[in-house]
Design a protein around this ligand. Structure first.
Ligand code: PMP
Length: 415
């Protein structure tokens, strides 16, 4: 099996570094791809579950643009809806009727939603959710789970990061994932000061195993929030529409007051949504929130087409099934080469790590090498982040992936 080279990627990165800080910033930054000699950094074309880099290398993509791609790149129904909207006018002085249609659709789809507002990125709506919680309660403090990601705004970044100041976090409190007692203590210490508890539906940090909620965790958290008048906010930006079309809280069996969606909502077109309960509707109305491109109709038309298609084919079930088969296949192949492949999280968003032996500690370097060996043969596996499945990952992609996984383990054993 041929291994890829990345001459054009490197040439582009060198050019980019002269005119763009870091060449590529944020979560697509080359510093996350180790060893960097094994990864493409640019894409010139994408189709279905695959993309092609400037060197002509083809990849089966298990990052799905870090989540937005859910139905496959260039999905005909989504692109057709987007194109029609584009022809009618995209960013116009007034919103398109499609905004009303999309809000109606979400309110019908998501039991926790009595209303919806739209923005562009996940961070737009996680930030807005804090404002709504504060406006509704007249309280300042927000509780976050340590190590969770909610966006790049200063309040959401780890304290001490360059460009943030102490004041950015002066009203942020931290608790630990799945630690109900810890949360209860924190609430008791700050009684009547906490506006909201913002959390992902399960814990999916970077560079560490994912953790599902313990039994009763969400039921207890929900009851605590109700009792204490705390707005329960779910950040479903990453998991949304990969676990349950009605929102991931339905998968885990509880009801939040606000839910943040983005990523998969429009199959790659830029859109996010904050949905919420009736009791917060008038508070949301009072909060000033807008953006130059927030009323763009193309992503909204794309979202309607995406959600209808995901619902029609039961997208979350399809992604969970293919994710389960990927996990089983990879674990079996790893074992046959004497390695231990550990998978946490949910099958549609697996977090994968490789250890040298059963029960051995994971050595990040070995895991990175394996991901690199796979990527330079044609399956894009990031080593620091959970992966994403889509409905475009079919048997064909799975078979090819498992062949490459096999070859990558063989090369680790021999090298
Ligand atoms: N919340 C979660 C759980 C996320 O995974 C992300 C993006 N990775 C965000 C919020 C922020 O979304 P965006 O990057 O679109 O602002």
């Amino acid at each position: 099996m041929k291994t890829y080279t990345f001459k054009e990627t490197n040439r582009l990165l060198q050019r980019a570094r002269r005119v763009i800080p870091g060449g590529i910033y944020g979560h697509m930054s080359p510093r996350y791809y180790v060893p960097d000699s094994d990864y493409p950094l640019y894409a010139v074309r994408a189709e279905g579950a695959r993309f092609w880099d400037p060197d002509g290398n083809e990849f089966i993509d298990y990052m799905c643009a870090y989540g937005p791609m859910a139905l496959g790149y260039n999905h005909p129904k989504v692109d057709e809806a987007a194109l029609q909207a584009l022809k009618s006018g995209d960013t116009v002085t007034t919103p398109s009727p499609v905004m009303v249609e999309l809000a109606e659709f979400l309110v019908e789809l998501v039991p926790a939603a009595d209303w919806a507002v739209f923005a562009k990125n996940g961070n737009d709506v996680t930030s807005l959710s804090l404002m709504v919680a504060r406006a509704a309660t007249g309280r300042d403090k927000i509780v976050l789970v340590e190590g969770s990601y909610h966006g790049a705004a200063p309040w959401a970044q780890r304290p001490g990061r360059p460009g943030t100041v102490d004041g950015d976090h002066s009203n942020i409190l931290y608790t630990r994932w799945n630690d109900y007692q810890g949360l209860e203590r924190l609430v008791a210490e700050h009684r009547h000061d906490i506006a909201g508890f913002l959390s992902t539906p399960y814990f999916h940090p970077t560079s560490a195993d994912s953790q599902l909620p313990g039994e009763d965790y969400w039921a207890k958290v929900e009851a605590l929030c109700r009792r204490e008048g705390i707005v329960l906010i779910i950040d479903d930006v990453r998991c949304g529409f990969r676990l349950d079309m009605r929102g991931s809280h339905e998968y885990f069996g509880f009801k939040p007051d606000l839910v943040c969606f983005s990523k998969a909502i429009a199959n790659g077109y830029p859109l996010s949504a904050l949905v919420g309960s009736d009791s917060l509707k008038s508070e949301c109305e009072k909060v000033f929130a807008t953006g130059s491109f927030w009323f763009s109709s193309v992503p909204m038309a794309a979202a309607l087409a995406t959600l209808r298609e995901l619902q029609r084919i039961d997208g979350p079930r399809v992604m969970q099934q293919i994710g389960r088969r990927l996990r089983e296949g990879m674990v079996r192949i790893a074992e046959s080469h004497g390695f231990d492949l550990r998978v946490t999280g949910v099958p549609s968003m697996p977090f994968v790590r490789v250890a040298a032996d059963k029960g051995a500690e994971v050595q990040p370097e070995l895991h990175q090498r394996w991901c690199g060996e796979c990527t330079k043969r044609g399956v894009f596996f990031a080593s620091h982040h959970n992966w994403f499945l889509s409905t475009a990952h079919t048997d064909r992609e799975l078979e090819r992936t498992l062949d490459i996984v096999d070859e990558a383990f063989r090369s680790l054993s021999s090298g």
